[in-house]
Design a protein around this ligand. Structure first.
Ligand SMILES: [Fe+2]
Length: 285
């Protein structure tokens, strides 16, 4: 990939849009076993922690039929519910390719699965992160619209050179988002729901800040890619998230050019504070 986010050519064996065959028949018994272990661990942990749309989606797609899901079997139901499909890719794809898939309601998922001795692995997204973490939320019509809008916003941001701001929105919503519900704060971000340790940390640990979601505030906040987050943003509803995305980002980008980044652990007077974190975890590192 070039530095501006545009791709050169797909890797050998991949199609022009970087997709590959999932090759479901080639997964080994050990690989299917890794899925089952991870699935059972998360399915036991997430009721009462994950947002209802995630739990409903998990059930609707029946991702526990024994081993790694076959995309050919989950896609008809996903397509019927919201028009989305999952496509297999060899790993991370260039930004322009990624946005084109999202804008057309295709979610690119890593084809490979982590090793049995790396259950808490955090590196490049594998099929457990991508399918267990991301795909259940795509069964929710509002979230499905949000992801398409994000893809279209990404295509525009590429042309405007504003990807770093938009990437923060993805990070703090799609990957690490929390939602306020009458029953309490719940997880919907894929990076959390696919991680046993962060599913606990994100909700229960006194260390991180938990702040009300504000689009421009989020776009000014850097994030950590290598450890638990120091701040989580809580949306009031999926509809509010979608609505925030349907405004003109060009005007926001113009304002952001004149605004500085907000230090990751800072709380601003205008923030709605759900939790004022101790930051003890981050400072202990
Ligand atoms: Fe992800």
């Amino acid at each position: 990939m070039s530095a501006d986010g545009f791709s050169a050519a797909p890797p050998p064996g991949a199609r022009a849009d970087w997709t590959i065959d999932q090759g479901w028949d080639a997964y080994t018994a050990v690989e299917h076993g890794v899925w089952d272990t991870l699935y059972e661990r998360q399915a036991a942990l997430l009721p009462g922690r994950a947002a209802d749309p995630f739990l409903k989606g998990l059930e609707a797609l029946d991702l526990h039929r024994g081993g790694i899901p076959d995309f050919a079997r989950i896609n008809p139901e996903l397509k019927r519910l919201t028009g989305w499909t999952v496509v297999a890719v060899p790993g991370l794809v260039p930004d322009d390719v990624f946005f084109d898939h999202l804008a057309n309601r295709r979610f690119p998922a890593g084809q490979f699965i982590r090793k049995a001795d790396q259950l808490d692995y955090l590196q490049e997204p594998d099929i457990f992160h991508d399918v267990f973490g991301h795909v259940p939320m795509l069964t929710d019509p509002t979230f499905a619209d949000y992801m398409e809008a994000y893809g279209k916003g990404g295509q525009r941001a590429l042309g405007l050179g504003q990807l770093h701001n938009l990437a923060r929105l993805y990070w703090y919503t799609v990957e690490f988002g929390l939602i306020d519900t009458p029953a309490g704060t719940r997880i919907y971000g894929a990076g959390i729901v696919s991680s046993h340790a962060e599913s606990i940390f994100a909700l229960d640990d006194p260390s991180p800040n938990r702040l009300g979601f504000d689009l421009e505030r989020v776009m000014r906040t850097p994030y950590r890619i290598d450890d638990f987050q120091q701040v989580y943003f809580v949306i009031p509803s999926l509809q509010a998230l979608l609505d925030a995305t349907l405004q003109d980002f060009a005007a926001i980008y113009r304002r952001l050019e004149a605004a500085s980044d907000i230090p990751i652990a800072e709380i601003l007077p205008a923030d709605r504070v759900f939790t004022r974190g101790t930051q003890a975890y981050a400072t202990s590192k």
